[in-house]
Design a protein. Structure first.
Length: 226
């Protein structure tokens, strides 16, 4: 059924570092190291949705964030590395579920990030209860550089209305802080394309010093044994 999906993510309970090995260039020609966001399945900008991946259905994501400006790889380029990730379900329960995955950010020097999440589906706690998900993402492999280990909590509720729109907000005046919205286009039952803008709360720490970037996200579920 077509749904409006509204997801709000709580502010990160750990500190939000502003640096990593991925290099971006600010609007005035100076170089700034900025964090390259990674996640399992996201809403628009927040690191994930509040629900877990279905059992025996690995999820592949291919996400891009870009804006108008110099070409990628050049000074002042307003884009993040492409995020290609894989997520799988760990606990096949109807009430308490879990998933884990990884993201590869390319091009970047330290490209691998890990993530994991616990969640409860909608109406699993009581009739009409929202989906609740909490986890950790940006678990990097280089100590002091990419080990952001950001914790998050999300609450999600679906409403049966026409269309399928996703919106989210992630608080904090830092590289994590932003809000966005987008429209999902289903190419097939297991393939979707999300397109929309992301509005950043602190443009000084974003690629190219931009306060708005556009995102195009390809998501594919791979049913095993079917």
């Amino acid at each position: 059924m077509p749904r409006l999906r509204i997801c709000l993510s709580a502010r990160q309970v750990c500190s939000a570092p502003k640096t990593t090995e991925f290099r971006s260039t600010g609007p005035n020609g100076w170089s700034r190291r900025t964090r390259a966001n990674s996640w399992s399945r996201r809403t628009v900008w927040a690191p994930s949705t509040a629900v877990c991946q279905a059992a025996d259905v690995p999820h592949i994501t291919y996400d891009t964030y870009f804006g108008k400006g110099p070409v990628a790889g050049s000074q002042g380029a307003p884009n993040y590395p492409i995020d290609t990730g894989l997520t799988i379900r760990l606990i096949p329960s109807d009430k308490i579920q879990a998933e884990a995955g990884f993201d590869a950010l390319l091009p970047s020097q330290d490209r691998l990030f890990l993530n994991a999440k616990l969640c409860t589906p909608e109406s699993s706690l009581f009739k009409g209860s929202p989906a609740i998900g909490g986890g950790i993402y940006d678990v990097g492999t280089k100590k002091g550089v990419t080990d952001f280990n950001a914790l998050y909590l999300m609450v999600q509720k679906s409403f049966p209305v026409g269309g399928y729109i996703a919106t989210d907000v992630q608080t904090g005046k830092n590289v994590l802080g932003a809000w966005g919205f987008g429209t999902n286009i289903y190419v097939a039952d297991n393939v979707s394309l999300l397109i929309g803008p992301v509005f950043y709360l602190d443009k000084a720490v974003q690629p190219g010093g931009k306060d708005i970037l556009w995102t195009v996200q390809l998501d594919v579920d791979v049913p095993l044994g079917k």
